[in-house]
Design a protein around this ligand. Structure first.
Ligand code: PEP
Ligand code: CO
Length: 462
């Protein structure tokens, strides 16, 4: 294994937080008043960071462990966080579902879990078209609350630089509330909500789920007795944030060189990722990301070729730093067993250090006859299954999963034990962009994945 072959880009003289500006940037926003944008960015750059470099480095270490199979990454949250969702009960519900899922995964797999939300900054969306037409009206596409509003009016769709400040503030409020909840015993394993099993009634194998929960409860009682005090008094549960680093002016404004550190950190989030539409090697996003010291995610779609992936790893992680790169594979259930093996093999042969993760959401989106965007629970599960199988066959490790989910009882994805059909989607469809697993579907998915993590067939065959 090579190490420290090349120093990180941020310590080299050819990278600066703004060197991306010399590269073609996809998905960037056209503001009508450059001076207003500059003023907002200048204000942003003076604000304190949302996360710290210590937390960022700690997450990097934990992602490296996930890459080796010593931990499992659970990354999840909204496709598109909205300003209106910055409310206590929504944050609380999202955090709760992620903690419940992680408890199930820890118990089922015996591995520690790294919890990362798509939260506290997931406000920018890549779009397939720059404009949207309804009837004879054409307006700029909605690009997430970081940029404009979904409301189909000229004022709503106008990119507004003040949204950058609003997004930063709401991200800070969100993470502040999350930190308070977690330090106040929110991760308490005695909380009745943790054990709410109402969704199990309709499951195919309710007894199995009930038995698992009973044995989890028994373990908590056992540990309480062993430690001599309730588990909720133990050290707080760790939780990290992530978002797509799409809007480079915004990410740059949050990038700084912390005291006593070498190099620059994007302190708007712990784990920024490069989306499938912006990962071109000569592009501005790759240029920006190569220089920051954060762990970074890279979405990997079915079009990725092995040589391209290795070239990308050369640029983004020349020093072979473990935990630096999380490859978030989103191929679709139909493609993964054909397309993933060559990538896994190329990475293994080149002895590159990466953390492989499955995003079984973004390759499985389809539209119903009436044009509603949805995904099938079974396709999602199948992509996870096939990813486990590909890695097991290759002697490699699937280090985690990435979901779009919510703590609310929405009707955006069909299937699961709750039995949602396409006809039910209209009942509580809230997402402006991609469909999310609801609370029951997310918990069911966690149980199904925990079962696979225990299954010797899914262990790497080396
Ligand atoms: C997303 O994660 O919401 C997204 C747009 O993903 P991708 O870049 O993989 O399409
Ligand atoms: Co999405």
């Amino acid at each position: 294994m090579t190490s420290d072959r090349t120093p990180p880009a941020s310590t080299r003289s050819d990278w600066t937080p703004s060197s991306w500006k010399g590269h073609p940037a996809r998905q960037q926003v056209e503001y009508d008043d450059p001076a207003e944008l500059e003023a907002a960015l200048a204000k942003l750059a003076r604000l304190p960071p949302i996360v710290t470099s210590w937390e960022v480095e700690k997450l990097k270490t934990q992602l490296a462990e996930a890459g080796r199979g010593e931990r499992f990454l659970l990354q999840g949250g909204d496709c598109n966080e909205r300003f209106a969702d910055c409310q206590s009960h929504r944050i609380d519900a999202k955090l709760k579902v992620l903690l419940m899922m992680s408890a199930v995964l820890v118990y089922g797999s015996g591995r520690r879990v790294v919890r990362v939300g798509r939260i506290a900054g997931q406000y920018a969306k890549p779009r397939s078209a720059a404009t949207e037409t309804r009837g004879d009206v054409t307006l700029p596409a909605y690009r997430g609350d970081l940029v404009n509003r979904s409301e189909f009016t000229p004022a709503g769709r106008r990119p507004d630089p003040n949204n950058l400040l609003e997004a930063y503030s709401r991200s800070a409020m969100t993470i502040n509330f999350i930190r308070s909840l977690l330090s106040g015993g929110f991760g308490d394993m005695h909380h009745p909500d943790i054990w709410d099993l109402s969704w199990v009634e309709k499951a195919n194998e309710p007894d199995e789920y009930r038995a698992l929960v009973e044995s989890m409860k028994a373990s908590v009682r056992f540990l309480d007795a062993m430690v001599g005090r309730p588990l909720n008094e133990l050290a707080g549960v760790e939780f990290y944030t992530s978002h797509e680093g799409l809007h480079l002016d915004y990410e740059q404004a949050a990038t700084e060189r912390p005291p006593l550190r070498e190099g620059y950190y994007d302190l708007s989030t712990h784990l920024p990722w490069i989306g499938e539409r912006t990962r071109d090697i000569g592009g501005a996003h790759v240029e920006f990301f190569r220089g920051i010291r954060n762990p970074i995610g890279v979405k990997v779609g079915p079009g990725m070729e092995p040589a391209e992936l290795l070239a990308l790893l050369d640029v983004l992680n020349p020093g072979e730093e473990p935990g630096r790169i999380t490859l978030i594979v989103r191929m679709g259930a139909k493609n993964v067993s054909q397309r993933l093996p060559a990538l896994v093999e190329a990475v293994r042969r080149a002895e590159r250090v990466v953390t492989w993760v499955s995003d079984p959401m973004h390759g499985n989106t389809y539209q119903t006859a009436d044009g509603t965007k949805t995904r099938r629970f079974d396709d999602i599960l199948q992509e996870v299954d096939q990813s486990f199988a590909v890695h097991a066959d290759a002697g490699s490790v699937l280090g985690g999963v990435h979901f779009e989910l919510t703590g609310e009882n929405v009707t955006e994805i069909v299937g699961g034990s709750c039995g949602l059909t396409e006809a039910d989607l209209g009942e509580a469809y809230e997402s402006d962009v991609d469909p999310r697993l609801n609370r029951a579907q997310a918990l069911e998915m966690a149980f199904l994945i925990a079962r696979r993590l225990k299954d010797p067939r899914f262990r790497p065959r080396t």
